[in-house]
Design a protein around this ligand. Structure first.
Ligand code: AMP
Length: 506
């Protein structure tokens, strides 16, 4: 199978060859022939499978006919984070080098001026995060009724970030006749519903079952105590045991990203950190330094690192066991990409045992221990200690069984670090208080979401309000927003103290 058999135009095929792609990946081989004909595609694929090119290449082919008009872009790609949006823009640069297309990247954290100019000139492709896109539209800078192709990328990530109402709003603004290419790593019921509503007889293409780790990744576990110094020592041992070219070190909490980063720096590791409080420029600079090898190790939280395309990461180290099993797959998916060999090792304390078992159950395999597994009595002891501390429920954020909320789990975990920190749902959206406000005021949010998800999204919106929006922030500590008839929505009877603290108004 080669790219010239997929129905792509000669210009596109030659750009693909120049990019060094020889053989289409399975998602490309299956999605491109459908997408070039104008049919809808429902692609179930993770990052690392080549899914970006599977929508960029047919788009380029289809864009060869026709031209853009001022403020009326022809195609729209929605991405959950700024980083992902920027990566897709890079893919257009690489693969669209034979096409003179105007690509507008509409993301938060940067000025509107440049983005306005691109839109005024007539954009063939708009790549946007939902908040900034709707901002432009509300400012009258953008008309969406000329959209011929819509791409929704990482839909399950959008769900985690509470963006589904925004996606629905956008879909309703687009012409009914458009083509939709829809990608998600997993298909929870909310995403299936969205696909059912907005895709027209799509071709469903699933390239690897959700939550399956690539078979090219060697996975290992290392037992450690949960004393912070011992854990950091164990991490260093882990990093020195293997021949590491470059690695991402994942922590569950933003606070620990800083602690681990400083510790590794002290121990002379060539290290950088990626977390939600960094501004866009810093994040891009750190990522660039990591990509070009100036930095060999990157300490990151899930929120900061999800979906990043960093080729050639030789190792992943999990400083913490992720609370939700699917996060494990996303983390280790940063290595072993596009068929390369990868290595992922994780520190496990006796308290993490249950979370580890959930990961193994999801993977349907046991992961090998490097030097001895945790003994059952150590687990029992840790559980007893946990019960003694009244922490039996708190590991899963106080929600039985770790039900997912509208907010990403990592964000939810990161939130208590400081209520004055920018904790917008999309880390990528920190500079978009107006949009966050709009999202909260969208009355459909509460109605649409059903069951737990709606509740989760509502509390996510409330969380966002605490940090970004002054009037709402002021009322957050009071009873009017958070409480309904003496109960706090989404919280049961217990409201953690940090939720009730007054909020610093920016
Ligand atoms: P993605 O899943 O789109 O994030 O792509 C993961 C990585 O695979 C990116 O670095 C792409 O440049 C690379 N890639 C995509 N398609 C191919 C291909 N057909 N052959 C080789 N590398 C590819």
């Amino acid at each position: 199978m080669s790219f010239s058999n997929l129905g792509l135009s000669p210009n596109v095929v030659s750009a693909v060859e120049a990019a060094g792609f020889e053989t289409p990946t399975p998602i490309q081989a299956n999605a491109i022939p459908i997408a070039v004909t104008g049919r809808d595609v429902l692609g179930i694929a993770q990052t690392g499978t080549g899914k970006t090119a599977s929508f960029v290449l047919p788009m380029l082919t289809r864009l060869e006919r026709g031209r853009a008009r001022a403020r009326m872009p022809r195609t729209l790609i929605l991405e959950p984070t700024r980083e992902l949006a920027a990566q897709v823009a890079e893919a257009f640069e690489l693969l669209g080098k034979n096409h003179k297309l105007t690509v507008a990247l509409l993301i938060g954290g940067v000025s509107y001026d440049e983005q306005d100019k691109k839109l005024d000139r007539g954009a063939d492709v708009v790549i946007a995060t939902p908040g900034r896109l709707l901002d432009h539209r509300e400012r009258g800078k953008l008309l969406l009724n000329g959209i011929e192709i819509l791409v929704v990328d990482e839909a399950d990530r959008m769900l985690d970030m509470g963006f589904i109402p925004d996606i629905e709003r956008v879909c309703k603004m687009l012409p009914f006749t458009r083509q939709t290419l829809f990608f998600s790593a997993t298909m929870p019921p909310e995403i299936q519903r969205l696909a059912d509503n907005f895709l027209h007889t799509p071709e469903r293409i699933e390239v690897s079952p959700p939550a399956t780790a690539a078979s090219t990744i060697v996975q290992r576990l290392k037992k450690t105590s949960d004393a912070p110094a011992a854990k950091r020592q164990a991490l260093r041992e882990l990093m020195q045991e293997v021949d590491v070219k470059n690695a991402i070190i994942f922590c569950n909490r933003k606070k620990d990203v800083g602690v681990v980063y400083r510790s590794l720096h002290r121990h002379k590791f060539n290290v950088g950190a990626l977390h939600g409080d960094m501004d866009q420029r810093q994040r891009m600079a750190t990522l660039e330094a990591f990509r070009n090898g100036e930095i060999a190790f990157l300490v990151a939280s899930d929120v900061a690192a999800r979906g990043l395309d960093i080729p050639n990461v030789s190792h992943i180290f999990n400083y913490d066991v992720p609370v939700h099993p699917e996060d494990y797959v996303h983390r280790i998916g940063r290595t072993g990409r596009a068929g390369r060999e990868g290595y992922a090792a994780m520190l496990v304390t006796p308290k993490d045992y249950k979370a580890l078992k959930a990961i193994e159950a999801m993977l349907k395999e046991e992961i090998t221990w490097l030097d001895g597994a945790i003994a059952p009595e150590e687990v029992a002891e840790a559980e007893a200690a946990d019960r003694g501390n009244g922490r039996g429920r708190s590991r899963r954020g106080g929600r039985r069984g770790g039900q997912r909320t509208g907010r990403s789990r990592s964000e939810a975990k990161e939130a208590p670090a400081s209520t004055s920190e920018p904790q917008n749902a999309a880390e990528g959206e920190t500079a978009e208080p107006k949009r966050a406000d709009d999202r909260r005021n969208d009355g459909r949010r509460g109605k649409r979401g059903q069951g737990k998800r709606a509740e989760g999204q509502q509390s996510a919106a409330q969380d966002r309000g605490k940090c970004n929006d002054a009037p709402r922030g002021k009322t957050q500590g009071g009873k009017s927003q958070g409480k309904t008839q003496g109960r706090t929505q989404g919280m049961g009877d217990h409201v953690p103290a940090f939720m009730m603290r007054p909020v610093r108004v920016p």
